[in-house]
Design a protein around this ligand. Structure first.
Ligand code: NAP
Length: 391
């Protein structure tokens, strides 16, 4: 069972269990130790890793012809804060802070009160910037608003972080940057593929923090279905629940829906699924007309590669959103929710916060969800998979 009580100011879920059951609103994403090869969102610190990730393409071979029906609780939407400090991919500059703070405040005002960050967010000298900004801005809220927040950070299992106390210093550093506003600590990625011995003791250390009352909740990230079951067993033996798992999930990355995939396992084990990069780094929020102007850098490279073949999907997103006055981004977020996952879109403007909050007012019909499933499966290309995700 989740350890935290439902927070008063948040958008409330109608369901029980999972992200929705925790009554979370929309989440924002951010980047501490930007010098390591991170998870998918650690790429801001390594151009080489970025190139590798972009080259890493999924095949369509193993995908099912039909996807699982949507079931379970109605999840909220959170906020991703990866861009708040990341120069390489997101072009962060401290001159953006006023706009980002306005985005933060607007999100909270609208009931989006789940914020996702990480100790590896923030490039170079801006290492830890996302946590620092979140901490400062949360401290400026009224006590009531502050009490409504769920802030979840991710600790990176860098190779030098070893053993049961391997995260102890990093946890303190993150908590300090966040000025104590830290409700959930997450393992940023699985080390199963390259150092399978590392993550067990690190997770035991995170469980120690929960059992000692240092932090309320524990979550995972970039863990696949098989590993998830094993880690769930390990933690359950100590009476520590896994509150959430975050993985890449969007119309351009629908793999979690596969039979036996993480969506199914999360539902079975009562773990909330958080959908990261739900807008495919913003590609799903763009119209066909705007495709002439590409964002600079690696995002532009990726978008150029994925744009061909998006026309039918974009037409459906526009048509489905029209009766609700909702732009494509809102429809793409609600597709995640229709599958029981809580999207955590990266937000950088007040308008984006308003669009995300607006999506909570309505939902997809079964037919609309099924149509989008079909279109997603038919896409010629997908987002690169996170190479750190375990099986
Ligand atoms: N665990 C992990 O390994 C991992 C990996 C990646 C991400 N994450 C988390 O997930 C969060 C979200 O993922 P993401 O930031 O990678 O990508 P995303 O949410 O798919 O895309 C974010 C971008 O979408 C665009 N956008 C947002 N709202 C929009 C709207 N209403 N209309 C049009 N465009 C809109 C914005 O781009 P512009 O500002 O350029 O318009 C925004 O920066 C991250 O911030 C982070 O917290 C975790």
């Amino acid at each position: 069972m989740p350890l935290l009580a439902v927070r008063p100011q948040c958008w409330q879920s109608t369901g029980s269990g999972g992200a929705g059951g925790r009554g979370q609103g929309l989440a924002l994403g951010t980047d501490g130790e930007g010098n390591g090869a991170g998870g998918w969102d650690g790429w801001g610190s390594s151009p080489i890793l970025t190139a590798l990730l972009l080259a890493f393409q999924l095949t369509m071979a193993d995908l099912p012809t039909s996807l699982l029906p949507a079931r379970g609780p109605d999840p909220g939407i959170g906020v991703g804060t990866w861009a708040w400090g990341n120069q390489f991919l997101w072009g962060y500059d401290p001159a953006q802070d006023a706009g980002l703070q306005a985005t933060f405040r607007r999100a909270v005002q609208l009931g989006l009160c789940f914020f996702d960050t990480a100790d590896s967010y923030g490039t170079g000298r801006w290492n830890g910037r996302s946590e620092t900004l979140l901490g400062e801005w949360a401290a400026g809220l009224s006590p009531e608003q502050r009490g409504s927040l769920t802030v979840a950070t991710k600790l990176a299992p860098f190779p030098w972080r070893l053993g049961r106390r391997g995260f102890a210093r990093a946890f303190q550093t993150s908590r300090n940057r966040l000025q104590g506003q830290l409700q959930r600590v997450q393992l940023h990625w699985s080390t199963a593929r390259y150092a399978p011995w590392q993550e067990g003791p690190l997770l035991d250390g995170l469980a120690d923090l929960v059992l000692a009352g240092e932090v309320a909740e524990l979550g995972l990230s970039n863990v696949g279905p098989r590993r998830l079951r094993a880690l769930h067993r390990r933690l359950a033996a100590r009476g520590v629940p896994i509150t959430s798992l975050q993985v890449q999930f969007s119309l351009l990355a629908p793999q979690p829906l596969e039979p036996g995939g993480v969506l199914e396992v999360c539902r079975e084990l009562g773990i909330a699924l958080l959908a990261y990069s739900p807008l495919a780094l913003g590609l799903l929020g763009r119209s066909q007309q705007s495709s002439a102007s590409m964002p600079p850098g690696p995002r532009g490279v990726l978008f150029r590669r994925l744009e061909p073949g998006l026309v039918p999907l974009r037409e459906a997103l526009a048509r489905i959103g029209a009766p609700h006055g909702a732009p494509p981004a809102a429809v793409a977020l609600n597709w995640c929710r229709a599958h029981g996952a809580m999207p955590i879109p990266g937000l950088r403007t007040t308008r984006q916060a308003e669009v995300a909050a607006g999506a909570l007012a309505w939902g997809l019909s079964e037919e609309e969800r099924a149509e989008l499933d079909r279109l997603a499966l038919a896409l010629p290309r997908r987002m690169p998979a996170n190479p750190f995700q375990s099986d």
